[in-house]
Design a protein around this ligand. Structure first.
Ligand SMILES: Nc1ncnc2c1ncn2[C@@H]1O[C@H](COP(=O)(O)OP(=O)(O)OP(=O)(O)O)[C@@H](O)[C@H]1O
Length: 602
């Protein structure tokens, strides 16, 4: 009789692929694949070791349970029409993963890098994008591309000569096909090929940059380098230039939150039972599965480095955001998971997204949050749909104040304090009236660090927000959150992204470009978001900029605590409403007019 987990995985796969008629013998529920010779299956004893399903006209998606096939060595689903993204959880013992010629989208899951036995990977001719993990360049013999991968991030040296001469920032255009395997592709008969030379040059550059990093680190450590904001810019620039990845950083104790209990609540004997004290509902997997249409693509609302988020409707009719954490990449033991969960479940603040429940059935790690339905601040500021037009100056101050209050709560009211560690505009969700709600509070310890307190490569994506001390030493503190908050304020002020490689070099790092201009009122009016069309009170802008300048200081001790930031922003909001009343609120003047009055009155 076939292994129970293997049967479950095939049942899920069969359903996800729309019960394809070409899958002879397969079933969506139960069955005995090994004894009943299900199409394309090879077993050794009760375990499925091969799935050979190439060219069977299969559609649908790959489902969510492939990782249950623990003995699977060959997975061949090439030449079908499979859609959707690659599941986070793939079978870890796979040697051959053949998915070419399908319609797969999204990024490569991080779990791929954990597949130590993987020797053949063919994912050509799909619509995949994102980064290619470095590990593929040394351990695989057969990696074909034909997708939209971003091949920056330090991977360039092992790649064949790029069609574009732009070096480390090269992008393989969507649909471009690199025919040669990445490894062993150099044509030895022609001596040193362009790609080989490029590889050597890139390797030399990396060595030089690493040496610079080490020297800088020791200078910084011994306090011989008084880091002023100019130096911070240098560091930011350095990060852009090299796409440096900082691996295996430890996190300071303040950031590893275990029991986050807002002051006033009693810390009960939290260790006695593993999940007592968690103020959240336990959901069964079936309900979440049903509520998200079997975690279908249409219900997927977002994807971060460590989780996918689905919009789901519960039995009660309530709409929720269900965060399915990638367990294959982040094996957090139960005890730690419940510890963290207990803390998160107790967070209650008007500007913090509330955890409603969770599900740990079948090894899943799912968090159920209230659904916030107006997108993220990042989308509002940077999407191409002109959404930023809705963000008037006063709304921007309101968002900054709400987000500041959320951080103040985490830093100064919760006990022990909670350091967010991943504060950025895509973690600020907006509700209908643009009230900001901070998401992922307390989650960093769970999704990134687990028991080893290590930083994975994906965090590189948030570097535009990272404080210099974190980039240099990996140490996080509440003051690092304050820096990230300053970067988000700069985003609000300028409408620009923290790192933007499409801009001229001197403007790629937002902090680097904007910080020197914050104290100059003329310069300020030139860096302000053009989509505000000049409609803002100049004084309000200047005060806002003052707060930013304090927050993004390179020396962490000089940054203000969040309670001070809140106070400054409260003054701004109060001032804005007084000015508005004075300028004729009651007379029914338009917002635009009133704000023009505000500009004039400053
Ligand atoms: N409670 C929620 N309500 C509505 N949408 C949400 C909610 N939580 C997350 N999302 C959506 O899911 C997306 C992904 O969220 P997630 O926190 O997993 O990734 P991220 O913040 O973009 O990256 P990171 O992995 O660095 O946290 C968000 O950008 C947002 O669009």
């Amino acid at each position: 009789i076939t292994n129970e987990d293997d049967v479950f995985a095939l049942n899920v796969l069969f359903t996800a692929m729309g019960a394809a008629p070409t899958l002879d013998g397969w079933s969506g529920q139960g069955g005995d694949p090994c004894s009943d010779n299900w199409k394309g299956i090879v077993c050794v004893g009760p375990n499925i070791t091969e799935l050979n399903l190439s060219g069977l006209n299969l559609m649908g998606t790959l489902g969510y349970a492939l990782d249950k096939l623990r003995s699977l060595m060959i997975l061949d689903l090439s030449n079908n029409q499979i859609k959707g993204s690659l599941p986070f959880q793939l079978p870890l013992n796979i040697q051959k993963l053949l998915l070419a010629n399908n319609q797969l989208i999204g990024v490569l899951p991080y779990s791929l890098t954990y597949m130590s036995k993987l020797t053949d990977l063919n994912i050509s001719n799909n619509e995949l994008n994102g980064n290619i993990p470095d590990v593929f360049q040394t351990s695989l013999t057969d990696l074909y591309l034909g997708n939209g991968f971003n091949i920056s991030s330090g991977t360039i040296s092992a790649l064949p000569p790029s069609p574009s001469p732009s070096g480390a920032e090269s992008i393989v255009p969507m649909g471009a096909i690199i025919q040669e395997p990445l490894i062993g592709s150099a044509d030895s008969e022609q001596g040193l090929s362009g790609g080989y030379i490029a590889g050597i040059v890139a390797a030399l550059m990396i060595i030089i940059l690493v040496a610079i990093t080490v020297i800088l680190f020791f200078m910084w450590k011994s306090k011989e380098l008084a880091i002023k904001s100019k130096d911070a810019c240098f560091l930011q620039g350095y990060l852009i230039n090299t796409n440096t990845k900082f691996k295996h950083r430890s996190i300071s104790d303040t950031a590893t939150m275990k029991y986050m209990i807002p002051k006033g609540q009693k810390a009960r004997d939290v260790d006695k039972t593993i999940n007592s004290g968690i103020s959240a509902t336990i959901f069964n997997f079936g309900e979440l599965q049903a509520g998200t249409n079997n975690f279908s693509q249409e219900k997927l609302i977002g994807e971060g480095a460590s989780a996918r988020v689905y919009k789901g409707t519960l039995k009660s009719g309530k709409v929720m955001a269900i965060k399915n954490i990638d367990t294959s990449a982040h094996m957090v033991p139960d005890k730690e998971f419940f510890d963290v969960l207990m803390g998160i479940s107790r967070l209650r603040h008007a500007n913090v997204v509330e955890l409603v429940g969770y599900c740990t059935e079948n090894g899943h790690r799912m968090l159920v949050y209230e659904y916030i339905d107006n997108g993220t601040l990042h989308e509002a500021l940077h999407s191409e749909e002109d959404k930023n037009k809705l963000l008037t100056w006063n709304i921007r101050i309101k968002i900054a104040l709400g987000a500041a209050r959320a951080l103040e709560y985490l830093h100064e009211i919760c006990e022990p304090m909670v350091v967010h560690c991943n504060f950025k505009s895509s973690n600020i969700l907006l509700d209908e009236d643009f009230t900001p709600r901070l998401s992922d509070c307390g989650l960093f310890a769970l999704t990134y660090f687990g028991s080893q307190c290590q930083l994975p490569e994906q965090h590189v994506g948030s570097f535009g927000y990272s404080a210099p001390e974190f980039a240099l030493s990996g140490v996080f503190s509440a003051k690092s959150d304050v820096y990230s908050f300053g970067v988000v304020m700069l985003e609000l002020l300028t409408g620009r992204k923290p790192l933007d490689s499409s801009r001229p070099r001197a403007e790629q790092s937002l902090v680097c470009w904007a910080a020197p201009q914050l104290n100059d009122i003329d310069a300020l009016s030139k860096i302000v978001d053009p989509s505000l069309k000049g409609i803002y009170p100049a004084k309000s802008l200047a005060r806002f900029a003052d707060v930013v300048a304090l927050c993004v200081q390179a020396e962490s001790d000089l940054r203000p605590p969040m309670s001070e930031v809140v106070q400054s922003l409260v003054h701004l909001v109060q001032r804005a409403s007084v000015t508005r009343r004075q300028s004729g609120d009651e007379l029914g003047l338009s917002q635009r007019y009133m704000e023009r009055q505000d500009v004039g009155s400053e």
